[in-house]
Design a protein around this ligand. Structure first.
Ligand code: THU
Length: 130
């Protein structure tokens, strides 16, 4: 059975600007109204200015007016046999804007695994400490 969130992550992955790593990633995030917001990694010749797919998707959604913690789940697509998880920086950003949502990992063979964000980012730092 196909999952529109996974399909969106796989589709947007093809838009990745990944000419330095050749490692294309797609992310799709579903909000509480069922809308899907997508992002791909966007690299830069200076390397350090690269932005991951997950952050592009979250920032697009927030900038379109989706409220903080109004997201149901996120999917991350990459072409690896061992499924690619979000990097540490993206885990922190996902926590800030989404809280403890399921993170669905998928590869090009439709292999999937789902993790709760709290298990990927245990004892997260957030605004509750400030
Ligand atoms: N990347 C992502 O977009 N998301 C991840 O979860 C892991 C890494 C990107 C950053 C960079 O463009 C390329 O993958 C290699 O690290």
């Amino acid at each position: 059975m196909s999952d529109p969130l996974i399909d969106a992550a796989l589709a947007v992955r093809l838009n990745a600007y990944a000419k330095f790593s050749n490692f294309r990633v797609g992310a799709a995030i579903e909000d509480f109204e069922g809308r899907i917001h997508t992002g791909c990694n966007v690299e830069n010749a200076t390397y350090g200015l690269t932005v991951c797919a997950e952050r592009v998707a979250v920032f697009k959604a927030i900038s379109e007016g989706v409220g903080i913690r109004k997201f149901r789940r996120v999917a991350v697509a990459a072409d690896t046999e061992i499924l690619t998880p979000p990097c540490g920086a993206c885990r922190q950003i996902l926590w800030e804007f989404c809280g403890d949502i399921p993170v669905v990992l998928v590869n090009l063979h439709s292999k999937t695994e789902t993790y709760q964000l709290k298990d990927l980012l245990p004892r997260a730092f957030d605004a509750s400490y400030l």
